[in-house]
Design a binder for this molecule. Sequence first.
Ligand code: UTP
Length: 225
Amino acid sequence: MKYIVISLGGSIISTDKLNLELMEKFSDTVSDIKSYDKFGIVVGGGKLARSYISDLKRYNVNDNILDEIGINATRINALALTTFFDDANSKIPTTINDATEMVHNYRYVIMGGTEPGHTTDTVSTLLAERIGAKILINATSVDGVYSDDPKKNKNAEKFNELSYNDAIDLSIRNSKGAGTNNFMDITSLTIARRAGIKIYVVNGNNMEEYRNILLNGKCNGTIIS
Ligand code: UTP
């Protein structure tokens, strides 16, 4: 059995509204691929999560509750995505254990977050580690990993490849800048390093990226290994 995990970032799934067109294109693209037997798909919260969290933050709501709200947003997005697949779960697993059980029954197992304190980046590496997927596609709104935020700094350098250690150093540096949009959180990269999971960070709006990775292991984004 060949397993793969795809992390669909909230920034592409939920923008001003739920991005149903992207969901449909994504399901058509991966449904055509026969080079993998099982797909774990982890969906982010995007605008839906951010709008609830930022509104409630102004009322000094406890961070743990805000995380729970974010998790629920990721699960709503995940449930919406299941409707585009024939052979996928219709109930969203809430733990890695439950998702792992479901992998026996469905070709596509779709989930959101699990518990407070991390993001779906960590959920996707934990799922990959658990089911033995050696490849993780991190589909985002940026076309790879940059030395700085490319939307703010025109001189930011794009990396074609990064070692785990360099990616972790960069993620630590990014997490120190308030409000920076980090490409992946530190925990998720640490798990990928210990499990030897190769990460492809790509523009998830570009269907060619998924096809190229799934069919020949190449991409125009950044490979972390
Ligand atoms: P995301 O994984 O979408 O967060 O989860 P993100 O990376 O900040 O956002 P994008 O995808 O890049 O736009 C949304 C929020 O849900 C909570 C966190 O508060 C997170 O910021 N969450 C999510 C958890 O607490 N635990 C989880 O397992 C997942």
